[in-house]
Design a protein around this ligand. Sequence first.
Ligand code: CTP
Length: 404
Amino acid sequence: MSVLNGKKILLGVSGGIAAYKTASLVRLFIKAGAHVQVIMTPASKDFVTPLTLSTLSKNPVHSSFFNQDDEDAVWNNHVDLALWADLMLIAPATSNTLSKMTTGNSDNLLVATYLSAKCPVYFAPAMDLDMYKHPSVLSSFTALKSFGNIMIPAESGELASGLSGEGRMAEPENIIAFLEADLESKLPLKGKKILITAGPTYEAIDPVRFIGNHSSGKMGFDLANEAANLGAQVILIAGPTHYKTKNGLVEVINVVSAQDMYDACHEYFNDVDVAIAAAAVADYRPKVVALQKIKKAADEFSIELEKTKDILASLGAIKKNQFLIGFALETENEIENAKLKIQKKNLDLIVLNSLQDEGAGFKKETNKVTFIDQDFKIEPMELKSKESVAVDILNKVVLHFAKS
Ligand code: CTP
C-alpha cells in the first residue's frame, strides 16, 4: 500500500507546458488512494483544462478567489484549502510562480494558498535550460528550501523550446516515487520492528471442542495496521479471528493455542524493538487432550485444567531494550491490579480496560482505557473507537523513541 493512501493532496498547477502532465499526475495520486484538490493559476488553463483535472481528481478545480460564473460569487477560501491538505505540491512550478512564492506576492489563489499552508510543501520546477540555471531562479530555489519547502529537481531531456538539457519537470511517476520515498523516510516508526499479539487462543479439549473466549482480535489488528502506517515493520501473532489486516505490510502469523502463541512470540522477540500483548490468552488449558471425540456418558463431567504459560511475563523476564506494553482487563481494584501486573510482568506501559466502563471490552467497536506507566503515572483516556485507542498507544511508542 502506498504511503500516499488516504493522504489529502493539494496540487498547485502553474502555467508551463508541463501542466499537461498533471493529468497523469492526478491519476497516479488517485490510484495510490490519495484525495486530490487542484488549484490552477489563470495561465495554466491555457495548457490543460480545469475540466480535465476536476474529472480526474473527482473534485471541483479552484483557480480564482471567487467563482465569477456564480451569481452569488462564492469565495474560494484559500485558508481552508491550505489547512485541508496533508501535503501541497506545486507542479509544474514556473519561475514566475516560484518567484512569487519567495516574495509573498499573492496575486493569485495558488500563491495565497501556499502562504497559508502549514503542511509540507513540495515544488517541481519546469522551465527552459537557461532559465533553470539563471541566478534569479537559483536564488528562488535557495529561498524556498530555506523556508523548509522541498524541491523535486527537474530532469534532463528534450525541452519544449527544442533545446535539450536540464529543466523538464520530473515525470509524474518520478514525482510520485520522490514523494513516497520522502514521506516514508519521515515516518516516526521507520526502522522499528514491532511484535503484536491479538485475538483469543483456543485450548483443545478433544478433536472437536475447545475452551476459548469472546475476544474478536480487533484491538490487536488496529494496532498492527496503525503501526505499519507509521512505518514500523509489524509481526502480528494472531489467535483464531476473522479479522484481516488492512495494511499489506503487516506479517501475520496465525496460531491457535496459548503454547503456539508463546512459541511464535519467543521466535521473534529478541529481534524486535517493541512488543504489545493485546491477545486474550487462555490462562488454563485441559491437562489432557482426548485423542478421540469425548462421548456423552455420565451425568456429570469435569475437565482437569492446568495453567498456560504467561507469554507477556515470559517476555518481560528476558527483555533487553524492548519497550513492552501489556493490557490488563479488570473488573475490580483496577488500578492496583494493573500496577501489580506492571511489576510482575516487567512492563513499560500497561493499557487498563475496566469492564465497569460502558463501551469497553470484548466485541465492542469502542474502548475506554487508562494508561499506567512504569512510574505509576496514571492517564485516563476518553471513550473512543479502537482505531483511535491504537493511535494513542502508538503515540506512546513514538514518544518513547523520541525521548531515547
Ligand atoms: N497474557 C499473556 N499470556 C497469558 C495471559 C495473559 O501474554 N497466558 C497477557 C495479555 O495479552 C495481556 C496481559 O497479559 O496483555 C494481562 O492479561 P489479563 O488477562 O488482564 O491478566 P492475567 O495476567 O491473565 O491475570 P488475571 O487473569 O488473573 O487478571
